[in-house]
Ligand binder design. Sequence first.
Ligand SMILES: Cc1ncc(COP(=O)(O)O)c(C=O)c1O
Length: 468
Amino acid sequence: MKYKEIASYIRDKVISGDWFYGMRIPSHRTLANQFNVNRVTIIKSIELLESEGFIYTKKGSGTYVNDYLNEDYILNKWSEMMEWSFRMRSQYTVQLINKIEADPSYIHISKGELGKDLLPHLELKNAMTRVSNYIGELSFGYNNGYGYSKLRELIAKRLNNEGINITKDNVLVTSGALHAIQLLVTGFLSQNTVIFSNTPSYINSTHVFDYFNMKKVSISYSELSDFQNIINKLPSHREKALYIEPSFNNPTGQSISEKMREDMVNYSKVHNMPIIEDDIYRDIWFEEKPTRSLKSLDTTHNVIHISSFSKSIAPAIRIGWAIASEKVIEQLADIRMQIDYGSSILSQMVVYELLESGDYDRHVSNLRNALKEKRDYMLNILNEDFSNIAQWDIPKGGFFIWINFNENIDVKKLFSELIDKEKILINPGFIYGSDTNTIRLSYAFEDKANIKYALTKIYQYACYTEFK
Ligand SMILES: Cc1ncc(COP(=O)(O)O)c(C=O)c1O
């Protein structure tokens, strides 16, 4: 019998409780006789179990069962196990931001969410009332993985009006846009895929493509017009995909031109390269609607279009979508049945009612005006106070102003000082892949008084944290 099998026998005894904490286990000699092996084999089994924490040896006394079922011990063991798990944890700064973002005692001047004043509370309440009217007729069983049929139909119809030629069979309802990306990573892209993406980008603040150790190549905005040459450097046999936020990029607010959209779609056709188009801020425009989506230019199903209602209704609704060929949608729906049986049917019905009643369009139209006003408010303060220490562009949509500080300002220090001393949270640009002195500011979440207060403090601390 091999040492691993002997170890397994002892492990089972401990787990089942036959051998309990503090008990001395049979001597090496007894075990060697029992299993008819030499003592070296027994020593190897004991060493293995010691390293796993099941047993411990007291010099000159013998080997004892460890406190394996002790909660602290298990917690330690689990932490160790999680460190080696498939999914990596977010970088430390992102973990800290996620933690503080849930704390209402901070001022969240970078947050990518609508503030309470901008949420469609009444519209949501009315939609929920309408759902409650037919609640008795509904089956509350598991869904089929594709999503609520009426919502899929309505999303398809709305996207038809945007020049995207699809039916409900091309729509998968997801639990947000990030979930759609995750499904594509697990159920569509091969593990050897090299992902090209614009940078700075939201995607750099998540580990979604690292899931299967996919290699990521970032293309900065200034180089994006040269994307074909950059991608062509990869040997043609390597599998590749492009992730792009064409409208009002998070965090910079930039959009890409119609010409570049056409070039990307043509390239994807010629090279059979999938494009993941993340168009989550498309509805949040101020002066003019964004130009055509990549999906509307796509005739060969190379573009997978994803979006959600997180930015126009609320993230907690957790409803988004992926648009792709029927075959891909079928595959993703199958994956969902293996993972979570689909998104909440209640949320889907509420969104359906919001859209169907026209309340969503009325709300988004008001939202654009309100956000534009808050953007202008923030820009006015920046123009007055920040011109000597930073530069920025005027965003034409989305939630954010991307601040590029002069070189002598230490953004990491600014970030931690504002948290520690002022309870103000800013998102430093490096979490999005920026290698310059940048931060993301949001006019979407806080009210005007807090925007003013936070900006005054940021200016003050930016001047303090200057490298002298
Ligand atoms: C560009 C982009 N894509 C996806 C997401 C994730 O959105 P959702 O809440 O729909 O998962 C965000 C959220 O900030 C985002 O900015």
